[in-house]
Design a protein around this ligand. Structure first.
Ligand SMILES: NC(=O)c1ccc[n+]([C@@H]2O[C@H](COP(=O)([O-])OP(=O)(O)OC[C@H]3O[C@@H](n4cnc5c(N)ncnc54)[C@H](OP(=O)(O)O)[C@@H]3O)[C@@H](O)[C@H]2O)c1
Length: 353
């Protein structure tokens, strides 16, 4: 009885506090934000359970990929650093796109085959920067074998980029969508039908509660940072599926995958309540970045995936993904809007101009 009363008091106090700090907002926005927050916590708990149950599946054999080229976004920290470490270990030449390329030298000194790492400046919040990065890559390499769209941000205040795109959508989806478009001609040269080139979008189980705000993709009408992260991660998953479909239709030797790396203890959680209140729990229960990289390496190298383009992978198996993401009409709608945002006609996506 006393536990029930204590729980009721805590819940009522939390609800009153939540209402108080959001009291300037219309009730419908308070309620929808609360719903998104609860749904996101649910997706996170589901992700943690998935990681614990399937931890034993996280295995990958790194092949000898000498002479092959990989491009990775981000990587000066977090999961990306471990992704790069593995690609270098597999004897690949690795080009990373990071905001501060001067960090790459220190990074390469800590890695086996670090001499095979090159960095160019990339800011995914600027289409101009993405174009410049792609040009730098293509100047050095006409053929590419793997593109890992890893960099990302989570939550934060509302901000439009210089291109007028909502910040999380720009960093997580649109910047990568544009980069994929620009590098696809080189990926098509790198792939063969026996060994297709691969595009790996690092998405998240946070796509589950997401939807695409087709009528207001930049969320100008009402910004909910949790819903914006979910939208951006859902968009990465949907575009992996749709672009893979287009490539199959045109008979190109490139496959696209979407990977949830697991719930990983990285700086992505900086500023969240979880990091502030339970930092010890993150150390205890979350994956390390090295473990988070395993499913991404699996998507890059596993032979059984060669004919399974479009797959959503979690813990090195097909993961459960949201139904909305599988609907081809939804995928096409998002693809067309994304093309509009990068200023490319849909029928010219990924083609030599
Ligand atoms: N950690 C998790 O539990 C988790 C779960 C599911 C999915 N993911 C996904 O995994 C990916 C990697 O995340 P992480 O956990 O490794 O996070 P992280 O440690 O915060 O690393 C994020 C990386 O993205 C880069 N980045 C951010 N904004 C950028 C921009 N505008 N232009 C270029 N690079 C930018 C950062 O570079 P700077 O150093 O310059 O900031 C950094 O290298 C993200 O896509 C994330 O959504 C993570």
């Amino acid at each position: 009885m006393s536990v029930a009363i204590a729980s009721a008091v805590i819940l009522t106090t939390a609800a009153a506090y939540y209402w108080f700090i959001n009291r300037h907002k219309p009730l419908k926005h308070i309620l929808s934000e609360l719903k998104h927050t609860i749904d996101m916590q649910g997706a996170g708990v589901g992700g943690l359970i998935d990681d614990w149950v399937n931890v034993w599946r996280n295995k990958v054999v790194l092949p000898d990929a000498s002479g092959k080229i990989a491009v990775v976004t981000g990587g000066a920290r977090g999961i990306g650093t471990e992704v790069i470490r593995g690609l270098l270990k597999a004897n690949m030449t690795v080009i990373i796109g990071i905001r501060r390329p001067e960090l790459a030298q220190k990074l390469s000194q800590t890695m086996e085959n670090g001499q095979n790492l090159t960095a160019f400046q990339l800011d995914l919040q600027s289409l101009k920067s993405v174009k410049q990065f792609a040009e730098n890559v293509l100047r050095k390499h006409l053929a590419i074998h793997i593109l890992v769209n890893n960099a990302g941000i989570m939550f934060g205040d509302y901000k439009l980029t210089e291109d007028g795109i909502e910040n999380q959508l720009s960093t997580n989806h649109i910047g990568h969508f544009y980069l994929t478009h620009l590098l696809l001609p080189a990926l098509k040269k790198g792939g063969t039908f026996e060994e297709p080139a691969r595009v790996v979008n690092v998405t998240s189980c946070a796509h589950h509660p997401g939807k695409i705000y087709f009528e207001d993709i930049n969320m100008k009408e009402h910004y909910d940072t949790t819903a914006a992260y979910a939208q951006s991660k859902l968009a990465q998953l949907m575009s992996a599926r749709y672009v893979n479909r287009l490539l199959e239709q045109e008979g190109s030797p490139v496959k696209c995958f979407a990977v949830h790396p697991g719930i990983v203890n990285t700086d992505l959680f900086n500023g969240t309540l979880f990091r502030t209140v339970f930092p010890w729990a993150m150390k205890l229960f979350f994956k390390t970045p090295a473990k988070g990289a395993i499913s991404i390496h699996y998507a890059c190298f596993n032979k059984d995936l060669e004919q399974k383009g479009g797959l959503y992978i979690s813990n090195c198996v097909e993961g459960i993904s949201n139904g909305f993401s599988k609907n081809v009409e939804n995928q096409k709608k998002l693809f067309d809007i994304s093309c509009e945002l990068i200023g490319v006609e849909p029928n010219k996506f990924g083609k030599d101009i």
